[in-house]
Design a binder for this molecule. Structure first.
Ligand SMILES: [Zn+2]
Length: 353
């Protein structure tokens, strides 16, 4: 067996993977919300490269090629199927370029190819399942050709679609991460329990199993505890940074917190009006530390992530990353600082500010 760089690193400590490119690229103005097709690798490659670099600066060890939703079905929805391969190759090349250019004093980054939920997978429908297998295979093929060091399959809400993704990924011999994303029913859409799905993924040979997306810290952590206890392989934890709850386990149906006077025109907070639910950095740090203390070594943040939160994940588990140079320093604040240069009349004014 080829040496498994991912597993080796995870045996020796934590690894961080920044996800959530969809939301962050949209926030920056380079993608249509709702439609969510990652045309950015072709339309504005410098924007995508820069975001990868910012995540890397903040401590991400893995540069995940932004091919999420860049699959044949989505390209058909927007009538640009002919751009499927160019989009994938461009995203992979950008990720590879950044991974090879790891900042000094950081461990070499790994470039990850990526496949995800197809949205056409249908329970007990051989035709749709065959089509999905074809979509996975072509994307994994391009990832291999562009030099992926590992593969990530993510955001699957059908257990069997996740198994199929892993099967396609395993054929390459590269290290594999497979994270699933149960919806609000708290089980997979084809009826399997979350823990049983992870156990089966381990059996099928995934190096890392776990959860990403849809769930914020409060509704992801309980599942992670069960998964950690049920499998021997490494576990991945990549929540969304939004305050989900028992009543609203995922971000899809979260109502606004305080009768907003300007609700979104499409009638829900997801995906454009979730801001009042955003977790602060300390909540994300606390989550990461708790997950790490459970024995979870593969950590990150999904939709809603930004470099500030990735740095928080890193620092919460004792890592120092390039962006640590600019970590919080309230000592020098003009009203709340303890620096003796701050005049007394200003520190006294702080409570009235
Ligand atoms: Zn996500």
């Amino acid at each position: 067996m080829k040496n498994n760089k991912l597993k080796e690193r995870l045996e020796n400590g934590p690894m961080i993977c920044a996800e959530g490119f969809l939301f962050e690229i949209e926030r920056r103005g380079y993608m249509a919300s709702g439609e969510f097709v990652p045309m950015v690798s072709l339309d504005n490659p410098e924007v995508l490269e820069n975001l990868h670099r910012e995540f890397q600066h903040a401590g991400s060890d893995i540069v995940e090629a932004f091919t999420y939703n860049g699959h044949r079905e989505k390209m058909r929805v927007i009538g640009k199927e002919e751009l499927l391969e160019p989009l994938n190759r461009a995203a992979l090349k950008i990720a590879k370029k950044v991974a090879l250019d790891t900042p000094k004093n950081s461990k070499p980054n790994l470039m990850a190819g990526n496949i995800s939920n197809s949205n056409i997978w249908k329970y007990n429908d051989k035709q749709s399942q065959k089509e999905v297998e074809g979509m996975f295979s072509e994307m994994i093929g391009w990832a291999i050709e562009e030099g992926a060091d590992m593969l990530i399959g993510e955001t699957f809400y059908y257990a069997e679609e996740a198994f199929k993704a892993l099967e396609v990924m395993k054929k390459t011999g590269l290290p594999t991460v497979l994270t699933i994303s149960p919806m609000g029913e708290n089980k997979m859409k084809d009826g399997k329990s979350v823990v049983d799905t992870c156990k089966e993924l381990e059996q099928l040979g995934a190096d890392v199993v776990g959860l990403n997306c849809f769930r914020g810290p409060p509704t992801m952590l309980p599942f992670l505890k069960e998964i950690r206890a049920a499998v021997k392989c490494h576990v991945g934890a990549l929540p969304i940074p939004y305050r989900t709850s028992e009543d609203y386990p995922t971000f899809f149906n979260l109502p606004d917190r305080s009768n907003c006077e300007c609700p979104s025109p499409h009638g829900r907070t997801f995906p454009t009006a979730l801001d009042p639910h955003f977790c602060n950095r300390y909540e994300i740090g606390k989550f990461a530390k708790e997950a790490y203390d459970l024995g979870i070594n593969y950590l990150g943040v999904c939709c809603g992530a930004n470099p500030m939160l990735i740095r928080e994940v890193a620092e919460s588990i004792g890592l120092k990353v390039p962006a640590s140079k600019y970590r919080e320093n309230m000592k020098n604040h003009f009203m709340y600082g303890k620096n003796k240069r701050i005049p007394k009349h200003m520190t006294e004014y702080g409570d009235k500010a």
